[in-house]
Ligand binder design. Structure first.
Ligand code: ADP
Ligand code: MG
Length: 632
């Protein structure tokens, strides 16, 4: 969506934009309007009230036309305010970027200087500068810009420090780019939104400050009008002729309000993450807009997904991330979900507990039955009481899911205390037991470690401990070992396996690694483009894959000691889920695809082994012809 379209969606910002556009347009055309001379006095007509003959807004204490003075004054105040903001932003940002980027002594030197400026009360500093330079509008402008430089410098330095150590800056350095280019092409684009935000919120402020200096007689000099000096001159008639101060006062109010509303809108519209709705505050649980019949609970599965459809509504597009997923897992069972990246594994996991961010996520159909209760229709309160207590998650990157500033002991204790009213001491001893459960050596001392003090494998153990904290019935693990090296991965897998045998946990294990599936899972479901294409007992699926996609996925896995076997990559890419082909989604990449595959919807058929293919490699329960008929 374009910047303007985004801005236009924000009503308040749009109102601010319209008002500002009007004010600026008025200021621009002021010299062309048939106005009275703003500086000509007419003492005979002092303090005419508004709507008098020849003076729409009345006149001031010297009989000057208030409308004319207001428009000329607005013009001047806007010009000075904007100029001051631009100067302060450019200089402040330059100082901040240099300090933040180079760091160390440069940073220290610059920022201490900035701190010295900041140590003075703001207006006092501006007054001192004007006093030194002499009164006058230009000097007021310099003073206002100067006192605002530290504000920009501090802000931008903070952002730059965060960026200067990011991987993409390191990558640019490794690519041989010079500091100047890195600052311009890597750092600046990331700080510009911040500069614009800071500017849009301070322009109003600077207009006020300039008005303040003029009010005190240090800015614009008589007879020249700006909004501040008009207020200053009207001060003595505040009670007797309030219109003389109300007129410039209202204008200042309108300008500052409009600029601030607009500034907020600009900030939101400038952030690319907002365009996809990523930064907008997600709803507490995924939005549900189910169409079609809601499946009823059946079978003995503990957790069962039925024809679950999750979509992302981004602008006009609908991404069908899940196109009817049905899965079930029994107590003590481990179900693997495998598929290429982007096939919808994570969305499946997150949909269970309403954790898909909305907007843009919408659950458009189907049901998730947990012990026969439909979680898709459940209230947020209900979901919250189940999250972590009955169904817990383990995510891929424990460093991202653990809070960096709390010890792991505190975080585990918190996870327990959210669901149970236990004392601190009790929570701590339970935490210790959890760390032992996940085989963390020296659990006692590890309680007080911070996440960064642990290795990746340790952290993932903490992640598992946290998932176990409330003795859940189901654990959904979304690629929990992908970030770990193989030895640690093997340890974590055997840990999970033991836990499920000891505690009768149902595990849904998401991965893209067949080796992991073979090691841990009883059954496996293969996902492609948001749908299950094959499901069955792990061994059977691995040994005699029925879907061409599964076969080719397995053919991509290198095997140790297999010498020079050719690895057959699957040509092409998975389809985009906002433009799925009709018929089988894998047909475009499939070497067996026939006309029939590209037409009607292909159903998932079979019993314990299911396959969504008209021409399966092996047909354990149905032969291809009846399958083809079933799909008609
Ligand atoms: P993976 O199988 O790698 O875990 P995901 O479940 O994360 O894949 O993603 C499934 C599909 O959903 C992808 O095609 C992705 O493009 C889409 N998707 C995920 N999040 C969003 C989002 N916020 N907006 C639009 N599409 C999304
Ligand atoms: Mg994923």
């Amino acid at each position: 969506m374009s910047f303007l379209a985004l801005l236009a969606r924000n009503r308040l910002a749009l109102a601010g934009l319209v008002v500002m556009a009007l004010v600026v347009a008025l200021a621009l055309v002021t010299p062309l309007l048939p106005l009275a001379d703003p500086d000509v006095t007419d003492t005979g007509n002092r303090f005419l009230p508004p709507f008098s003959e020849g003076a729409l807004l009345g006149t001031d204490h010297l009989g000057r036309d208030l409308l004319s003075r207001l428009l000329w004054g607005t013009r001047l105040s806007l010009a000075v305010g904007f100029a001051a903001a631009v100067i302060a932003a450019v200089l402040g940002a330059a100082v901040g970027i240099v300090a933040g980027y180079y760091g160390g002594r440069v940073d220290n030197l610059i920022m201490r200087g900035v701190d010295m400026l900041m140590a003075f009360p703001y207006i006092l500093l501006a007054l001192a500068i004007v006093a030194a330079l002499g009164p006058g509008l230009l000097n007021a402008l310099i003073a206002v810009a100067a006192v605002n430089i530290p504000f920009f410098a501090r802000n931008i330095r903070g952002i730059t420090v965060g960026i200067a150590h990011k991987e993409f800056v390191d990558a640019a350095k490794l690519a041989g780019m010079g500091d100047g280019r890195i600052i311009l092409s890597e750092v600046l684009p990331n700080v510009i939104p911040v500069i614009v935000i800071a500017m849009s919120t301070t322009v109003g402020w600077m207009i006020l400050e300039t008005a303040g200096l003029s009010f005190l007689g240090l800015g614009s000099q008589p007879p020249q009008a700006d909004l501040g000096s008009m207020l200053g001159e009207a001060r003595s008639a505040l009670i007797t002729n309030p219109h003389t101060s109300v007129v410039p006062g209202m204008m200042i109010l309108v300008i500052v309000m409009a600029i601030n509303l607009l500034g907020d809108g600009v900030r939101d519209a400038l952030d690319p993450r907002l365009r996809s709705g990523a930064l907008s505050r997600p709803m507490a649980a995924t939005m549900v807009r189910r169409e079609g019949p809601v499946p009823q609970p059946e079978g003995e599965a503990l957790l069962a997904l039925r024809e679950l459809r999750t979509e992302f509504h981004v602008k006009q597009r609908v991404y069908r991330a899940l196109g009817g997923v049905s899965l079930g897992v029994r107590p003590g069972e481990c179900l693997g979900i495998i598929g290429e990246s982007g096939s919808g594994k994570s969305v499946t996991a997150l949909s269970v507990m309403g954790l898909v961010a909305s907007p843009p996520g919408v659950i458009a159909g189907g049901a998730v039955h947990y012990r026969g209760e439909d979680l898709v229709g459940a209230t947020y309160e209900r979901l919250r009481s189940l999250r972590g207590r009955e169904i817990a998650y383990i995510f891929q990157d424990p460093l991202a899911t653990l809070h960096p500033l709390y010890t792991v002991g505190d975080q585990l204790a918190e996870a327990i205390r959210v669901h149970r009213g236990v004392s601190r001491g009790e929570a701590r001893s339970r935490t210790l037991a959890l760390l032992r459960d996940v085989r963390i050596p020296n659990a006692e001392s590890r309680l007080d470690s911070y996440p960064h003090e642990m290795s990746g494998g340790m952290r993932q153990r903490v992640g598992i401990a946290m998932a176990l904290a409330n003795d859940p019935q189901v654990i959904i693990a979304d690629e929990p070992t992908t970030a770990l090296d193989v030895t640690v991965q093997a340890q974590i897998l055997s840990l999970l396996d033991t836990l499920r045998r000891e505690k009768g946990l149902a595990i849904v294990f998401i991965t893209h690694d067949f080796g992991v599936v073979a090691q841990l899972c009883d059954r496996v479901a293969v996902m492609y483009a948001g749908r299950i294409v094959e499901e069955g007992p792990t061994q059977a699926v691995l040994e005699t894959p029925a879907h061409p996609y599964t076969r080719r996925l397995i053919a991509c896995v290198p095997e140790l000691g297999e010498g020079k076997r050719v690895l057959h990559a699957i040509p092409g890419l998975p389809p985009a889920v906002d433009a799925l082909p009709p018929g089988c989604a894998f047909a475009p990449r499939c070497d067996k695809a026939a006309e029939a595959c590209r037409e009607g919807d292909v159903a998932l058929h079979g019993g314990a082994r299911k396959v969504r293919c008209l021409f399966p490699e092996t047909a354990p329960e149905t032969d291809p012809e009846t399958a083809a008929e079933a799909a008609q």
